[in-house]
Design a protein around this ligand. Sequence first.
Ligand SMILES: Nc1ncnc2c1ncn2[C@@H]1O[C@H](COP(=O)(O)OP(=O)(O)OP(=O)(O)O)[C@@H](O)[C@H]1O
Ligand SMILES: CC(C)(CO)[C@@H](O)C(=O)NCCC(=O)O
Ligand SMILES: [K+]
Length: 244
Amino acid sequence: MILLVDAGNTRIKWRLLADDAVQAVLDEGALGHDGIDTIGRLRERHRGPLRVVGSNVAGTAVAKRITAALGVDAVEWLRPAPQACGVRNLYDHPEQLGADRWAALIGARHTHAQASLVVTAGTATTVDLLSADGDFLGGLILPGVDLMQQSLARGTAQLPLADGRYVPQPRRTVDAIRSGCLHAQAGAIERMFRQIAAEPGALCLLGGGAADSFAALLDIPLRRIDNLVLCGLAVVAGLHSANA
Ligand SMILES: Nc1ncnc2c1ncn2[C@@H]1O[C@H](COP(=O)(O)OP(=O)(O)OP(=O)(O)O)[C@@H](O)[C@H]1O
Ligand SMILES: CC(C)(CO)[C@@H](O)C(=O)NCCC(=O)O
Ligand SMILES: [K+]
């Protein structure tokens, strides 16, 4: 069996695959950081040799807790490299790219082998340009939807942390906040998409826990994809035949 683990700043997402030709998904789930130590329970449901391949952007303490909770000798943590699995990393310092972004780019490359904008809307939102040749050209990091809303509540006297809704012409404070944060995400994505819009088959691949909050606002070719990071980790683990 192979366990894929995407350790983010809010949640740990995991997927367990059979180690055979079919590579069936045996189980999957997500945990908050306070539940990390329970990840080992999947070993009670699925016994046998386990290989673990993961990406982690939540710090070394989280990595250690995951390894310990699973009771494995080691987790193969993905390290961003100048090149891997058909993707070239043009970051000035390739090793400084987040491992989750690197995995998502590899997943994107094997999902759509044309120019792509790879967007993950989690704690932070990342908006990454991937060329038709498989070059990661660069990308944005911005606060995720929740962080944007929280920062307004924290940094002002009059703005609450409340559930507003998206409306085109907000006339209540809470709607103005919610709509502003969603427009900020959608606007950044649409502006970045302009850089590849003229290319054949150009597509935005959108995932992450907050994706559905603004997906409907986007006026660009779009595919909602759940957990491109895990898809990329499967490619890294050698489980997907290359189509790119
Ligand atoms: N049910 C939900 N409705 C709206 N937003 C949600 C929901 N669940 C999660 N989110 C948003 O998604 C964010 C977390 O998403 P996700 O779990 O994909 O990211 P993450 O684990 O923090 O990953 P990363 O650290 O890579 O950003 C939260 O900060 C919140 O903004
Ligand atoms: C941007 C986040 C927080 C998104 O999860 C993560 O990929 C990260 O910590 N990246 C390191 C910095 C970078 O990617 O340039
Ligand atoms: K994050």
